[in-house]
Design a protein around this ligand. Structure first.
Ligand SMILES: *Cc1c(COP(=O)(O)O)cnc(C)c1O
Length: 456
């Protein structure tokens, strides 16, 4: 081009960058094939149970439970886990935890009923949550469950129930507090800093039919700092020491709730979850060293209860799925449509799940947008994931989906799929049958005048 020649005009354009998120290790490479789960071929599970299908590894649950237990028990003499039902209340899952020695932690009358039906003794059930009806409170008092009071209205309800039954209830209060993580979780329980907690304690101590057995907190979920637990434990210990000083009453337990982060990667996170999750040992160290630094008499050392949910089960859950179609979006990006969407993979709103092809593939990879099958714009599993070409019919394994998906899944447009569990000997068991149209319509009623219609 000579210097005199005029430059050709090109229309400017703005293009959104869609490269996979980088971190200091480079672009994520999450595409090694995963052909087996616990030695069972993925293809065989899909052939037998369909796609999509949730898979739970009993081996991983027990291994995770035991490592959590070890982290606490090697540091503190009295430890008790209580399985958080809302994290995954499939009965088979709950019973693996109960076999391991876990009590039940429930947050509704429905979950309470499930724990009772699973055979958990009433006095091994912790009843949390802001909603407990008079009938549910009555049942919990009769069963001698630990009732964790959320607000004063519930406290008054409980006093009424106990007076009618002429029976004493075992209670704790849920305490919320500033642990240096914002926004504050102050909607549950009684506040520490503004003395709401102390007022509730005073009321309970002055009520004949209530026995204050514990102090509870649940400071948040996916807490990435163990120091928040040290602060929370210190505040509960302060309350316990003050109760002892004022009423000469030793608190039986301190319940630190749940909230430990799993090793999932949060959306938009710079580093992969594996590298930033503190892990059980670090949480255990923060909590137990704090409690042990307080001046409890040896024989009055409170039992330490943990209601760990997410970190206990995420790794044990997998979702198997199949590619329905590939297409190009108008901006040139490649899109992949899967047979599972946010309806059953609710945690896709928060996590960048690791997703692996379930069969061998060529080495070439490309960034793709991954959609679910729903006729709904928000049904996007991933804005950008680097994957090899996966043709229609190719199968994938989504990792770390054990927490909350099987309780928060939506029945929207599609039915919920089968859930299977792989046992310790690698046998596969169906633990929740997939739903059918009948599952849904069996709940519906048709007024007789609407039964017939005629279309022209
Ligand atoms: C949800 C919940 C848990 C479990 O929380 P994770 O973040 O899954 O560990 C424990 N205790 C209470 C009171 C809860 O509401």
């Amino acid at each position: 081009m000579s210097a005199k020649e005029k430059l050709r005009y090109e229309r400017p354009s703005i293009r959104k960058m869609n490269a996979g998120l980088m971190n200091k290790f480079g672009t994520r490479t999450e595409y090694a094939p995963v052909t087996h789960i616990d030695a069972v071929p993925v293809k065989r599970i899909i052939d037998e149970y369909g796609s999509p299908c949730f898979v739970i590894s009993e081996k991983t649950i027990r291994k995770t439970y035991q490592s959590a237990q070890r982290a606490f028990k090697t540091r503190y003499p009295k430890v008790q886990f209580a399985w958080s039902y809302k994290t995954n209340y499939l009965d088979a899952v709950c019973n693996v935890f109960h076999q391991e020695g876990s009590w039940a932690e429930v947050v509704s009358g429905f979950e309470y009923e499930k724990a009772i039906r699973n055979g958990v003794p009433g006095n091994k059930i912790i009843f949390n949550g802001p909603e407990k009806s008079l009938a549910e409170l009555k049942r919990a008092v009769e069963n001698e469950s630990m009732i964790h009071i959320d607000h004063f209205d519930e406290l008054y309800d409980l006093i009424e129930v106990c007076d009618k039954l002429n029976k004493k209830a075992k209670v704790a209060i849920r305490v919320n507090m500033d642990v240096g993580v914002y926004p504050l979780w102050d909607r549950f329980g009684f506040n520490y800093e503004s003395f709401g907690a102390w007022n509730a304690i005073t009321k309970i101590m002055n009520t004949e039919n209530l026995e204050l057995v514990g102090l509870h907190t649940h400071i948040g979920t996916f807490m990435l700092t163990s120091n928040a637990y040290a602060i929370a434990a210190a505040k509960l210990c302060d309350l316990a020491i003050n109760i002892k000083a004022k009423w000469n009453k030793a608190i039986q337990y301190i319940d630190m709730g749940g909230g430990f982060a799993s090793t999932n990667t949060l959306r938009g996170s710079y580093l992969p979850g594996n590298d930033i999750s503190p892990g059980f040992d670090e949480y255990a160290e923060a909590i137990t060293s704090t409690i042990l630094s307080y001046d409890f008499k040896q024989e009055e050392l409170p039992l330490l209860i943990l209601e760990t949910g997410r970190a206990m089960i995420d790794d044990a859950g997998y979702l198997l799925g199949t590619v329905l179609a590939n297409k190009r979006l108008s901006d040139g990006r490649k899109a992949m449509i899967m047979d599972f969407g946010v309806n059953i993979l609710f945690t896709a709103f928060w996590y960048e799940h690791k997703i692996s092809p379930a069969q061998e593939f060529t080495h070439h990879t490309e960034d793709v947008v991954m959609y679910g099958p729903l006729c709904m714009n928000i049904d996007k599993i991933r804005e950008s994931i680097n994957l090899p070409p996966l043709n229609k019919g190719a199968q994938v394994v989504v990792h770390k989906v054990g927490a909350y998906n099987m309780t928060q899944w939506m029945q929207f447009i599609a039915m919920r799929p089968n859930v299977v569990m792989i046992d310790m000997k690698n046998n596969v068991h169906l633990i929740r049958r997939k739903e059918t149209v009948d599952t849904l319509t069996s709940q519906e009623e048709m007024p007789s005048y609407l039964k017939k219609f005629k279309l022209a």
